[in-house]
Design a protein around this ligand. Structure first.
Ligand code: GLY
Length: 322
């Protein structure tokens, strides 16, 4: 009888197949919207996870997070891309960033004004330049050179809401900003969109995109452009944040979660520890985190009133307003 002996290093060369997973957020905050609007937001983020999933099936984690986030940017409904809030001068300045856990490369853009999908521009920065971050006009010029579509004018609904809020709250361009965290809470807003993915080859990726804080100062850049703050991915974990950008930058929240996971904490425990620590230092209503680990465990933790999330993976599929 012929025996077939497997080479001893077979298990090393055999590619590891993982359960893929995709987890999205549509922002954390204190949204006090009518039930119909909340249902619409849940529908959008549910469609986004189905859309991103196609790229998990056929591509990679990084493609899945870019496609999920650009779907949400295009929805016009969440605070990113065409749905972005306006700054105090009445125009949009968008931030986005992403990180590939396997290569540990990242790309981000800050304060872009005319690019419809900042997350696609961030991917070009990562893939095609020697840099990590481009801001303002230089970033928009790269988008134009690479043929990315332009951001359309804000919707009438957004403009009407903007003028109403501006007239209500403005007390001077710069003193205003110091108050806008409290105002954002009073207005009841959700913030930022984000995605984390694990693909079949075990690669993790994270991406975020935002219009930033409602009525922010012109030139303000938030956590969504800062690797380690608004997003982070390595071989062990991928994390995407939402909340008050200044707090997330100061806390380097996404990086801190990844460091705890690399020390052996589960991703849910690590996320809860960081959210609790942020709450102690900077107060409630400041942060939401989503994450995935290489073991395909997911995490959702937040200290805001609400967070909008959707998921597809071994545990099934859901879209929820928590
Ligand atoms: N978290 C988004 C921002 O504050 O810009």
């Amino acid at each position: 009888m012929k025996t077939f002996i497997l080479p001893i290093n077979m298990f090393k060369v055999w590619p590891t197949m993982n359960h893929p997973a995709l987890l999205l957020h549509g922002g954390a905050g204190s949204w006090r919207a009518p039930r119909g609007l909340i249902d619409e937001a849940v529908r959008v983020i549910g469609e986004a996870v189905e859309h991103g999933w196609r790229f998990i099936e056929t591509g990679s984690a990084i493609e899945a997070v870019v496609e999920s986030v650009s779907f949400m940017e295009d929805s016009g409904f969440l605070n990113a891309g065409s749905g972005s809030v306006l700054n105090i001068a009445g125009y949009r300045e968008l931030d986005a960033g992403l990180m590939d856990g396997r290569s540990m490369r990242a790309g981000s853009v800050g304060g872009v004004k005319v690019t419809r999908n900042p997350i696609k521009l961030a991917k070009i920065v990562m893939d095609e330049t020697d840099h990590v971050m481009l801001v303002g006009e230089g970033a928009d010029r790269l988008a134009k050179a690479r043929g990315l579509p332009e951001l359309e004018e804000p919707s009438r609904r957004l403009l009407e809401r903007y003028v109403e809020q501006l007239n209500k709250y403005r007390v001077g361009e710069y003193s205003f900003y110091l108050r806008n965290r409290a105002i954002a809470k009073e207005l009841g807003l959700l913030d930022t969109v984000g995605a984390v993915a694990l693909d079949r080859n075990g690669a993790l990726a994270s991406a975020v995109s935002t219009g930033g804080i409602w009525l922010k100062m012109p030139g303000r850049v938030g956590d969504s452009a800062i690797p380690g703050a608004g997003f982070y991915a390595d071989m062990d974990a991928a994390i995407a944040a939402t909340g008050v950008g200044e707090v997330i930058i100061l806390s380097m929240a996404s990086l801190r979660v990844a460091l705890l996971v690399s020390q052996g904490y589960s991703i849910q425990k690590a996320s809860e520890l960081i959210v609790n620590w942020v709450t102690e230092k900077w107060g409630p209503g400041t942060i939401g985190l989503i994450g995935l680990s290489k073991r395909c465990e997911e995490a959702i933790a937040f200290n805001t009133e609400h967070i909008l999330v959707s998921y597809k993976g071994p545990k099934g599929i859901f879209a929820k307003f928590l």
